[in-house]
Design a protein around this ligand. Structure first.
Ligand SMILES: [Zn+2]
Length: 193
């Protein structure tokens, strides 16, 4: 386990903490322990005291909670396209999660996530909710994700913070941002039952 993760587990008094090796896939793993690091972009657990984590630096850290299962999901542009959030909710329901609510953590906003005109056309054609009205060719991934979550009757809590342009007390962003120059550092979204 890399250096910063054990203090995180200790500071949150967690019995176990599981990470995943994220590849922008739609692979979902249901886990019982923090052993290993599965190739996945969504981790679900039904084990009490076992936490699941997602690492991000601009992508959306999506945390899903319910009485019987929780999930940490990595949602970027590809994740919006491959509908990993919807697939995770379907899987949680198979595990008897009934009332599911979602937290959308700090991630890049619709003003900062500019892409090429060609990519903008491609994505917004498939996912109209990601379109913005600006001439910037910036995608609104949070709006697209919220659209998917509400289509699944999931209550959404959006912290409405941008990893690139939300400034903390220091005047700089409090979050790691790939576009902001953080090549390796990541923020973690953690949830447990
Ligand atoms: Zn922003």
């Amino acid at each position: 386990m890399p250096e910063a993760r054990q203090p995180l587990q200790r500071s949150l008094s967690l019995e176990g903490l599981a990470f995943m090796e994220q590849t922008h896939s739609d692979v979902i793993e249901v886990i019982k322990s923090g052993q290993g690091e599965p190739l996945a972009d969504s981790l679900i657990t039904t084990t009490r005291g076992m936490a699941v984590a997602v690492l991000v630096a601009d992508c959306i850290p999506l945390l899903l909670s319910s009485e019987n299962a929780v999930a940490a999901v990595h949602v970027g542009r590809k994740g919006v396209l491959n509908k990993i959030a919807i697939k995770t909710i379907e899987k949680m329901r198979l595990l008897e999660a009934e009332k599911i609510s979602a937290i959308i953590g700090p991630s890049i906003c619709d003003k900062c996530y500019e892409v090429s005109p060609q990519m903008y056309e491609e994505i917004t054609e498939v996912v109209p909710a990601s379109a913005t009205t600006k001439a910037l060719h910036a995608l609104d991934l949070k709006a697209a994700l919220i659209d998917q979550l509400t289509s699944m009757s999931v209550e959404v809590n959006n912290v409405q913070l941008c990893t690139l342009c939300s400034k903390g007390q220091s005047g700089k962003s409090d979050y790691f941002s790939y576009r902001g120059g953080d090549e390796f550092a990541r923020g973690a979204g953690v949830i447990c039952l």
